[in-house]
Design a protein around this ligand. Structure first.
Ligand code: C2O
Length: 504
């Protein structure tokens, strides 16, 4: 195994991925941001410098469990202090899991402004490895023209005079490969692995490739029993790897068609194009097809996927956590709540609280009244029941683990009635869509001591407080984890305490 070293200055740069020029957050003066890439077992060291001048930052490596390296997970106020302008901070961890991931800022809705990119962990022993000739990473995202801080302020200000009831900002359009109409060159008679990542702040997307059936082989870093489909639905933060076989000749080029899920938007502005296209180019001298918008939406239901390792249902639940979530107008501020409490990022990062409060660390109360903390014990099988009391769908993500999806209702099914007939071999992933007015039940084993955020991955909702803190095995953490000095230094430089109870 090798060490992959990146030296990254996080900087503002101008970009116009859809023809509109705006400031975006890039790396070393470049945008799109680079891909983090290595082989399983490699170590990654990222020396960052925050050169933004006007904003704090942090990086999260979405889907990596960070076993033994909880302090490298990235969410500001949870496992670290935000990195202030001018400061340095090093992320350092090993790539223990194969598959398709991504990284993004985990601070103040900042990835909406562009600070996100793919993270790929190659595995020569992947179940599909023998068949694959080439691989391609294909990113999707929604895109805004205004900068995130202003949009967040707008979203959270309920203002009846201006007839604003707290609807999420609607993107200006969608991107593929951080542009529009990207061309992907392919050769005939080959097998391609296409790693699809939705880096959206908000929109789920449908995607299909004209003339090419896809075979799903990996979902959120979990190898699956191969599953053929013509279309995929991918929520914000999810990943799908698919195999395609290219045609036997290069006589024609084909469109890749994606469309944002319009059901997520409260209104559809007349000038909003929900669609974004790309092309599989067999022969660049041949014309490109003129794509038409996707009209039938018939994606394969991810609930029915089967993990390749056939890990069986965790059948005995030791610890059930119930989360009822909704939105309220809190005196003109649009807030999300879990069991009546809206999350507020903590000043003392919850991890530092877990490490410094001795045996009190097992008491959820030390994590503050707005930390939505739940403490779980080593080895427990944890079941989380998510009841969605809101009229929109929410893609929930757990840090530090993936989870079995043991029940998922359709729309408006009400709260979980209990005793679901769970699949014998449930799907595992790290982001799951909870449909409007419905529920999802997930399970996982608490085998990774750490302080792990659990939240809806719609960035507007993170900012509105739709997050919980799962404090897993804090006493084990106290014995094993040491915080690097550069992590402590940025707290001290900002006057943020690194010990004691959390303060919201
Ligand atoms: Cu993509 Cu809290 O993460």
């Amino acid at each position: 195994a090798k060490t992959v070293v990146y030296n990254w200055d996080i900087t503002w740069v101008n970009a116009s991925p859809d023809g509109f020029s705006r400031p975006v957050i890039g790396i070393n003066g470049q945008w799109p941001c680079p891909t983090i890439e290595g082989n399983i077992g490699d170590r990654v060291t990222i020396h960052t410098r925050n050169m933004l001048g006007n904003e704090t930052t942090s990086l999260h490596f979405h889907g990596l469990f960070q076993s033994g390296s909880n302090s490298m997970d990235g969410p500001a106020g949870v496992t670290q202090c935000p990195i202030p302008p001018g400061a340095k901070f090093t992320y350092d961890y090993t790539l223990d899991q194969p598959g398709t991931y991504w990284y993004h800022s985990h601070n103040k809705g900042q990835y909406i402004d562009g600070l996100r990119g793919p993270l790929i962990v190659h595995d020569k022993d992947a179940p599909y490895a023998e068949q694959v000739d080439e691989e391609v990473t294909l990113t999707l995202s929604d895109w805004y023209h205004d900068e995130a801080p202003g949009l967040i302020h707008y979203f959270q200000s309920v203002d009846n005079e201006n007839n604003h009831n707290g609807a999420e900002p609607i993107p200006k359009g969608a991107l593929m490969q951080d542009t529009q109409n990207p061309k992907i060159s392919v050769k005939p008679n080959k097998k391609y692995l296409i790693r699809i990542i939705n880096m959206s702040a908000f929109a789920g997307q449908f995607i299909s490739i004209d003339g090419h059936q896809m075979t799903i082989v990996e979902v959120d870093g979990v190898y699956t029993v191969p599953q053929k489909t013509d279309q995929i639905y991918i929520t914000a933060a999810q990943r799908y790897s698919v195999l395609i076989s290219t045609k036997s000749d290069a006589s024609q080029n084909f469109a890749i068609r994606a469309a944002m899920d319009e059901e997520m938007f409260d209104t559809i502005p007349a000038d909003l194009n929900l669609n974004v296209y790309g092309f599989l180019v067999y022969d660049s001298k041949k014309p490109l097809p003129t794509p038409t918008p996707l009209t039938t939406f018939a994606a394969f239901d991810d609930f029915a996927l089967v993990p390749q390792d056939r890990q069986r249902l965790l059948s005995k639940v030791d610890h059930q956590i119930l989360m009822d979530f909704d939105f309220i107008n809190d005196n003109g501020i649009n807030r999300a709540r879990i069991n009546g409490v809206s999350y507020i990022p903590q000043k003392v990062p919850a991890l530092y609280t877990a490490l410094t409060t001795g045996s009190d660390a097992t008491n959820p109360k030390v994590y503050g009244t707005n930390g939505n903390a739940f403490v779980v014990k080593p080895g427990e099988v944890v079941e989380i029941v998510l009841n969605n009391h809101d009229g929109g769908g929410h893609p929930w993500h757990l840090h530090g683990h993936n989870f079995q999806v043991i029940a998922r209702s359709g729309e408006n099914a009400g709260t979980y009635p209990g005793n679901a007939a769970a699949p014998a071999i449930p799907m595992r992933r790290d982001v799951v869509m909870v449909r409007k007015g419905g529920y999802v039940v997930i399970r996982y084993r608490a085998d990774n001591p750490g302080v792990w955020l659990f939240h809806c991955h719609i960035e507007w909702h993170v900012e509105a407080g739709l997050s919980a803190t799962i404090v897993e095995s804090p006493m084990e953490l106290q014995k094993s984890l040491r915080i690097p000095s550069d992590h402590m230094k940025i707290c001290k430089d900002q006057g943020i305490p690194t010990a004691g109870n959390a303060v919201g």
